[in-house]
Design a binder for this molecule. Sequence first.
Ligand SMILES: [Zn+2]
Ligand SMILES: [Zn+2]
Length: 262
Amino acid sequence: MLYNLHTHSHYCGHGSGEIHEYADYAASRGFSMLGFSEHCPLPDGSFSSTRMPFSSMEKYESDVRASGKLAPLQIYLGYEIDYSEHFDSFYRMISDRTDYLIAGVHFVERPDGTYHSPFYAGFSDDDVRRYADAAVKAMESGLISFLAHPDVFLCNRRFDKVAEDASRIIASAAAELSVPLEINGNGLMKRSTEYEGYPSSGFWRIAREYAKTAVISTDAHAVKNLDRTIPFCRAFAADSGIGVLVPYAIDGHLGFRTEKEM
Ligand SMILES: [Zn+2]
Ligand SMILES: [Zn+2]
C-alpha cells in the first residue's frame, strides 16, 4: 500500500507545488492515502520564516478539503506541529478541525531564551537532551498520530553516548505511549559526507529494542519527491529489522497496523 502522511507544499514558503498537483501525482502513482501536514503557524507569529502566515491557514485547509472531494484516493488534512505546552489549547483546537497532527522538533529553547535547530551546526549535548524532552512532551500531549523524524537531532552530530541516551528516552516513551516513530526519507536527500544524518542507523538500532514497527514518510516539499524516497525508506526499515506500518481510517481518526495484518 502506497501512502504518505508527511507532505508539504508551497504553503510553508520553503516548499513548492499546489495541493491538487500532489493529489494528482499521488493518484497517478497508485497511492491509496495522502495526508498533508504543513508546518503549523503559531498565533504569535513565532518561527514565521519556516511556515505559512497565520492568515493562510483557512485557505490551506479549504484547499486540502476541496482536493479531497475530487481525488480518487483518501486525502487527509493535518499539520506538523512544534509542540509546546504554552500552545496546548491552540493545538487542541486545530486537532478538532483536522484529521490528524504529527509533531517534529525543529528547535529547542535554551535557558537564555534563544532557539537552536538540529539542522545547523552547534547543536550541543544539552540541546540534544532538550530535544529528547521536547519530543517526549509532544508524544505525551496525546495530540499526535506519529513523531516525525525522531532522529533529526543527528543531522550534524556523531552517534555518541549523549545521542544513545536521547534515543533511548525517545524510543522508550514512544513505546510506552503507543506513538509510532517515523523513518523520514527527506534526510536521505540532505546527507553530507561527514555525518550519516537521518534516518540514523544508530538511533533505529536503539528504537528496535522498544518497537518493531514504524511509519515511513517522504516529508516531500516538492511534487516530484512525493514517492522518490519510499524505496529507500523500505530498504532502511528492512535493514533495521523494522516493519512498516500502514494507516487506516477509524472513526474519523488515523490508526496504524503492520503490513502483515492487512
Ligand atoms: Zn519543511
Ligand atoms: Zn519536520
